[in-house]
Ligand binder design. Structure first.
Ligand SMILES: NC(=O)C1=CN([C@@H]2O[C@H](COP(=O)(O)OP(=O)(O)OC[C@H]3O[C@@H](n4cnc5c(N)ncnc54)[C@H](OP(=O)(O)O)[C@@H]3O)[C@@H](O)[C@H]2O)[C@@H](O)CC1
Ligand SMILES: Nc1ncnc2c1ncn2[C@@H]1O[C@H](COP(=O)(O)OP(=O)(O)O)[C@@H](O)[C@H]1O
Ligand SMILES: [K+]
Length: 503
């Protein structure tokens, strides 16, 4: 699913109006009807609804919704916040349509003194500002938003919480943003929903399809996309009758050190479960028996060091390389990294301490093999790319790094973001907080290595890998809950994740 910047949404809206064709007031009616249906389902009547309305079409949606709720036995009060002298044309039309309903009280709020008391079981509908917000909020609407946020009422935001910019909130005033329990977004999620600091405003969110014109959605370009099962499934290469293990590639995994052999085991097992033909696990000498016992399917290459990574085998036999899980970052490992980056001609996954080594030795960034995949969590990201004060800025830095170095740069976490060398960013909807547990990242590294070895491009291997990894986490959490989930469970649920993905 594409995620468009707020500025593009108005264009898509106008195109729909012109080419469907449909009157703008009817499009508003259709959108509001979707809102109405969702609200009725989630919060059945009778309920008290207090609807706060702004001057634009977001307010228009609120007014149309007020009429629909009033027809269905909700007790509705409408508060039109005096922000400008007039409402948008369609909001005005909806106000006139609403006035016919004598049961609905409509108040004009010229000052915050007119703010009603909000009770915990009230439903507050936030229809103050939507995608037309052009600057941080001040004055009367700021006061109203603060009062709503101070209440215990259930807050439902129409399209986007008022005050939140669709993308860039780096200069926003966080006091002037509605804290919604539920955000019902029209047709597309907004980029801002995917950033951790905005979760306090967005709450739960859902997308309501409102039938915007498919041609323009297809034609309009955007760097931001949300992965879907259908899309990821379409990237899979089918297995053929006469395929053999050579068909599915040979991967080299460099991982583990004294005290961290678990990382090597997890990544190796995950790699094999993700379908690679052959795996060679390169580990320090002390790990030999551990690896041979725990992962009999893997071949083992032994480092001359007992405890850390200091060398690697001849790279010619491998289709892909992964380095990082549990390797530590001793001086000799750094030296071996320099050689590895120089010599590797195949795609490479760079994770964990391998990222930290590059972060500490920035000159290594000049030597990154094209087509590499980096899989940092936020702290590792900071060491590799730099510090950002907010997620939008960090996302920009992520895109720029991926472009500049021609690499795929993953930022792990909720809605893991995958930045590709050509400038696009894919967000991943699978995964859950149960995966915030030691070793989950090692599992991901093994999976991406596996897919690269099988011949998927860096971009595609990363997309499939990240989606599948999160899906395994979701299936595991469904069965055993989030608290008990460990990284090993992600591997155990990979078979089910494959089946679900291909269904
Ligand atoms: N997607 C779709 O196809 C559909 C979209 N629909 C709905 O339309 C919504 C977008 O509507 P919209 O463009 O009228 O913008 P909206 O946010 O209501 O308000 C803009 C007004 O606020 C004002 N204003 C802005 N910032 C301000 C500030 N800080 N402080 C004070 N004022 C400020 C601004 O004034 P100005 O910036 O010009 O001064 C202008 O008057 C969208 O979110 C969805 O709900 C559906 O109805 C149908 C299908
Ligand atoms: N709240 C969450 N929602 C979705 N995925 C998560 C969440 N928390 C962690 N994960 C996933 O778990 C993995 C954790 O990786 P990482 O921090 O590198 O773990 P480790 O270093 O212990 O292996 C990442 O793939 C991340 O996306
Ligand atoms: K809103």
């Amino acid at each position: 699913m594409k995620i468009f910047p707020a500025s593009k949404i108005a264009e898509i809206d106008s195109y729909t109006i012109e080419h469907e064709p449909i009157e703008s007031i009817d499009l508003m009616e259709r959108a509001s009807r979707k809102l109405f249906k969702r609200i009725v389902k989630k919060f059945p009547a009778p309920r008290n609804c207090k609807i706060f309305v702004g001057p634009g079409n977001n307010g228009g949606d609120g007014l149309a919704l007020a009429r629909m709720l009033a027809e269905k036995n909700y007790a509705v009060e409408v508060f039109i916040i005096k922000i400008s002298d007039c409402l948008s044309k369609d909001a005005e039309e909806n106000l006139q349509r609403l006035k016919i309903f004598k049961t609905v009280d409509i108040y004009e709020m010229a000052s915050v003194d007119a703010m009603p008391w909000l009770f915990p079981d009230d439903i507050v509908i936030d229809a103050i500002f939507g995608s037309g917000l052009s600057r941080p909020i001040e004055g009367l609407p700021l006061e109203v938003i603060k009062a709503i946020n101070a209440s215990e009422a259930k807050v439902i935001a129409v399209d986007i919480p008022s005050g939140l910019m669709g993308e860039d909130n780096s200069k926003n005033d966080y006091n002037g943003i509605i804290k919604a329990d539920l955000t019902l977004s029209f047709q597309f999620p907004k980029l801002a929903f995917l950033f951790p600091e905005n979760a306090q405003f967005v709450g739960e969110w859902e997308v309501l399809p409102i039938g915007l014109h498919p041609d323009i959605i297809e034609k309009e370009q955007t760097p931001y996309k949300m992965l879907s099962r259908e899309f990821v499934k379409s990237l899979l290469m089918p297995r053929k009758k006469f395929d053999h293990k050579g068909t599915y590639g040979h991967g080299l995994l460099i991982s583990g050190s004294y005290g961290k052999m678990g990382a090597a085991i997890l990544a190796s097992r995950a790699g094999l479960r993700a379908g690679m033909g052959l795996l060679t696990s390169h580990i320090p000498r002390l790990g030999y028996e551990i690896m041979q016992t725990a992962v009999p399917e893997a071949m083992v290459s032994i480092d001359r060091s007992d405890i850390i990574f200091t060398e690697f085998p001849d790279l010619n036999q491998f289709n892909a390389v992964a380095i990082g899980p549990g390797i530590d970052k001793k001086q000799n490992s750094y030296r071996a990294m320099i050689e590895l980056l120089k010599e590797s001609k195949v795609p490479m996954v760079i994770d964990a301490d391998a990222i930290n080594i590059i972060g500490e030795h920035p000159e290594l960034k000049d030597d990154l093999p094209m087509g590499s995949v980096f899989t940092p969590h936020p702290k590792e990201f900071e060491r590799l790319v730099g510090k950002a004060e907010d997620s939008f800025t960090r996302n920009k830095m992520q895109r720029e790094f991926a472009k500049e170095h021609s690499v795929t740069l993953v930022l792990k976490g909720a809605y893991t973001a995958i930045a590709c060398p050509e400038g696009s960013v894919y967000f991943n909807p699978t995964g859950n907080p149960g995966m915030a547990t030691a070793g989950s990242g090692d599992v991901l590294t093994g999976i991406i290595l596996s897919l690269l070895s099988q011949g998927y491009s860096s971009k595609v291997a990363t997309i499939i890998g990240v989606y599948l990894h999160g899906l395994a986490g979701d299936l595991a959490a469904e069965k055993i809950g989030m608290e008990a989930l460990t990284a090993g469970d992600l591997i155990n649920y990979l078979p089910k994740a494959w089946l679900r993905l291909k269904k």
